[in-house]
Design a protein around this ligand. Structure first.
Ligand code: IPE
Ligand code: MG
Length: 232
């Protein structure tokens, strides 16, 4: 979700107002995804690199997370949304960590949209923590290094229980992944748009979905094979 700051600056407003409008876009898009029957949505809310921002902006973002979670959790729960957070939450303020645990526990049994918030998340961190867990099994003698498989690592990576993402959307004009779900995006269709996150609406989402619908996903096969498989 990129472009909050630029959205605000272009209106001569402080960056914080852009983040606040960004929350409104989150509400819109979560609702739209739910209505479209999309089963999982992961939002990159705060990266492990965002700590490098000025401390007052980081503080304002933490406050905004806390206030938004408090305010939205009832509605999210009522709408059958299952919430999950990925990332290293240890550096977050205690009340935010507490809210995260509560939100996950409260919505665990819901069966609507899986809404994942990546907070203090980084793809490198994710792969590292998966390696650590597999390494622990090696250290305990349960496993030999040569017995490590791709599937084993895949099982330890964040969101292992969800389908791999079909579509990645980056707003704000930048064409890079910026340490988002590195492992999980191996076969994901990438979509980049100039639209700044606070302006991202249902139409913009439909444009992304239309673009996705026009692509042929081959997963290493030839186009002819894919057509045959579709016919089978
Ligand atoms: C993304 O918008 C929001 C967060 C990282 C929390 P930015 O704050 O990066 O907005 P720009 O890129 O400065 O416009
Ligand atoms: Mg940015």
């Amino acid at each position: 979700m990129d472009g909050n700051g630029r959205w605000a600056r272009s209106r001569m407003l402080p960056r914080y107002v852009g983040h606040r409008e960004g929350v409104k876009a989150v509400r819109r898009i979560v609702e739209a995804c739910r209505n479209k029957g999309i089963t999982a949505l992961t939002l990159f809310a705060f990266s492990s690199e965002n700590w490098r921002r000025p401390s007052d902006e980081v503080g304002l973002l933490m406050d905004l997370f806390i206030r938004t979670l408090k305010k939205e959790i009832d509605t999210l729960h009522r709408n059958g949304i299952r919430m999950r957070f990925i990332g290293d939450h240890a550096p977050f303020p205690g009340d935010l960590r507490e809210l995260i645990v509560q939100a996950e526990a409260r919505t665990r049994e819901n069966s609507g949209l899986d809404l994942v918030i990546a907070a203090n998340y980084g793809g490198h961190w994710d792969v590292t923590q998966a390696c650590r867990r597999v390494a622990a099994r090696v250290a305990s003698g349960e496993l030999k290094p040569e017995e490590i498989t791709t599937d084993m690592l895949a099982g330890e990576i964040a969101l292992a229980d969800l389908p791999e993402p079909d579509l990645f959307i980056r707003t704000g004009g930048e064409q890079r992944i910026s340490n988002f779900l590195l492992w999980q995006l191996a076969y994901t269709e990438l979509y980049f748009t100039e639209v700044l996150w606070p302006a991202f609406n249902e139409q913009a989402l439909d444009d992304a979905l239309d673009s996705y619908a026009q692509r042929q996903r081959r997963f290493g096969r030839t186009g002819e094979q894919v057509e045959q498989l579709k016919g089978a």
